[in-house]
Design a protein around this ligand. Structure first.
Ligand code: FES
Length: 570
């Protein structure tokens, strides 16, 4: 065993090199026998006080370490760049791929045999998993858990209510003072957003893929069982190293299929599409955007959590957690697949059951037949666009309307409340240049607020179309990820005010009803904007980012380079 450990290429050496590898580590008070053939486990930590959702991760890391020590491993915690959704500008998505590079190179360059990824706030999960996939060591994910449910004026609230509060403030139904009271009741404990937003969807994703211990997705951050799960994960990763269970052993094509079906059943985030596609690209599993539609078509919504439903992650935990959800899907999942605990999905969910049918429905009595992600095609989105029907308004699912076009987000902000804007509830709001290249970084602005004069009529939803993303906590009849994006010369760039757009969710159609000749003329007159980012990471990002339907990874990061270090300077 000792000779086969990757870490022994450092710590098992004799002479000057071994001296250097071990001696400096010993300044942390590590005895000599720690270096003699124990599996060295890296704990990749996204702790940061600037990522409030992950601010409890140093404590969580201690639980992981305890487990690693108990199992005879040697834990080493290391930081990577953290992505705090609420504070970072211009958008964390711009940095997802950067963090994945940090993670990949940190793992490969160091004497690690296995890795525990501490993930929480939205992008901290896909970025860490992407980076780890490109190295492909034994790896286990520990999510940080969701916050306790928020409270305001005697009712439960979560991040999805921000959009309602914003509309109420704009319509005058809420005052700034009301908003301040809600603000203090929103985030009552450690943890990430308490709705089925992107962070929760990512936690479900890793559990459905088999990358975490069962139960990982729903245990609240404040619950003592979160620490138990972290400790057990620490124990397990040591055995995974001994058994040589790599990420590629877990992340088979069928595991991705399972994750897509589970995301549909829980009403997961639209961001799931872009992140899972990017992860598949790193581990070398072919995944097409149409797979998301095809595989989720038979799966109804069986989890009643905001933004598609009523409840919160805490309620999902008390109702049985993700194992109970997956049990309902038994017939539709590939339950023979192996997971990180060495057991199959079937073994993991065998004892699970839905305790509260208000939160987890039986498969044949779902909360909504519509679930998952619908992929639209048409001349307005030749490579695809997505919509989440469970978060949309049924009366807008088939609609033809006139476009009201905003060239970029600044244009939108400037004009949306202009009383002269020719817009009503039948119009379709079109926002350009918020895609991967165009913004750059594809921000979560797709569910743009409605014009004040439409809100004043009591209207709460309109069709909105953009090449951007939407917060996983957002809702509405919102068409996202239009590809190719406007900045890459997609048809979206050519839409003009008053053009007729046809959306037919059932028929999977998004068409701009402008004839081909006129479109060709507009295309000939279209001039690409020159990116003002002429240096640094953002320049590299703009020049290499792929379109949304491919996962918006940097093209040269696709695939992996394994764990072998090719040169040795010592
Ligand atoms: Fe971190 Fe929502 S802000 S998960």
């Amino acid at each position: 065993m000792q000779g086969s450990l990757r870490s022994q290429q450092w710590f098992g050496k004799e002479g000057k090199d071994g001296f250097i590898y071990r001696a400096w580590m010993k300044n942390q008070g590590i005895p000599s026998d720690e270096f003699k053939g124990k599996p060295v486990i890296g704990i990749c930590n996204t702790w940061s006080e600037l990522t409030p959702c992950n601010a409890h991760f140093r404590e969580l890391a201690e639980s992981v370490k305890r487990g690693i020590l108990e199992a005879g491993g040697f834990p080493v915690e290391f930081p990577v760049m953290s992505l705090g959704e609420t504070l970072m500008k211009p958008t964390t998505m711009l940095f997802r791929n950067l963090v994945s590079m940090d993670v990949e190179e940190s793992i490969r360059a160091n004497p690690l045999d296995g890795v525990v990824l501490l993930c929480g706030c939205d992008k901290t999960t896909p970025s860490l998993v992407m980076g780890a996939c490109s190295v492909n060591l034994p790896t286990i994910v520990v999510s940080g858990g969701a916050m306790l449910t928020g409270k305001y004026n005697g009712r439960d609230i979560g991040t999805s209510d921000i959009w309602r509060f914003a509309a109420d403030l704009r319509s005058g139904a809420m005052t700034e003072e009301d908003l301040n009271i809600a603000e203090s009741g929103m985030c009552r404990s450690r943890g990430h957003c308490a709705v089925m937003g992107t962070a929760s969807s990512m936690a479900c994703m890793v559990e459905a893929l088999g990358l975490s211990l069962p139960g990982n997705a729903a245990i609240p951050a404040a619950d003592a069982n979160r620490k138990v799960l972290a400790q057990l994960s620490g124990r397990r990763i040591v055995d995974m190293v001994r058994e040589d269970v790599k990420l590629s052993d877990i992340l088979t094509r069928k595991a991705f299929d399972n994750a897509i079906k589970v995301n549909a059943a829980v009403g997961g985030s639209t961001n799931f599409v872009i992140h899972l596609t990017a992860i598949a690209g790193r581990i070398g599993v072919p995944l097409d955007i149409l797979d998301f539609d095809r595989l989720s078509a038979a799966i109804p919504l069986i989890v009643n959590l905001q933004p598609s439903g009523k409840y919160f992650m805490e309620d999902l935990y008390y109702a049985g957690g993700l194992p109970a959800v997956m049990k309902e899907l038994t017939e539709y999942l590939d339950t023979d697949l192996m997971t990180v605990n060495g057991k199959t999905i079937l073994e993991n969910i065998q004892r699970a059951s839905a305790i509260n049918r208000e939160v987890i429905a039986a498969f044949d009595e779902p909360f909504n037949q519509q679930s998952g992600i619908v992929v639209l095609k048409g001349n307005l989105c030749e490579a695809g666009a997505i919509i989440k029907p469970s978060a949309a308004s049924p009366h807008l699912m088939q609609h033809t309307g006139k476009a009201v076009v905003f060239e970029d987000i600044e244009d939108y902000k400037k004009r949306i409340d202009d009383p002269e804007l020719p817009v009503d509830e039948n119009s379709i709001l079109v926002l350009k240049n918020v895609g991967p290249k165009g913004y750059p970084g594809m921000p979560e602005v797709g569910n743009m607020s409605l014009p004040k004069k439409v809100l004043a009529k009591g209207i709460t939803d309109m069709i909105r179309i953009s090449d951007g993303r939407m917060s996983g906590t957002g809702f509405g009849t919102v068409v996202l990820h239009v590809s190719p994006e406007a900045a890459a010369g997609g048809t979206l760039a050519l839409v003009k005010d008053g053009d007729i757009i046809e959306l037919d969710v059932q028929g999977r159609v998004l068409n701009l009803q402008v004839d081909d000749q006129e479109l060709a003329q507009r295309k000939a007159a279209w001039v690409a904007t020159v990116s003002p980012h002429d240096r640094g990471y953002v320049n590299m990002y703009v020049n290499n980012v792929e379109q949304a339907h491919l996962g918006a990874d940097l093209g040269f990061l696709k695939g992996g380079s394994g764990s072998q270090v090719l040169r040795d300077s010592h």
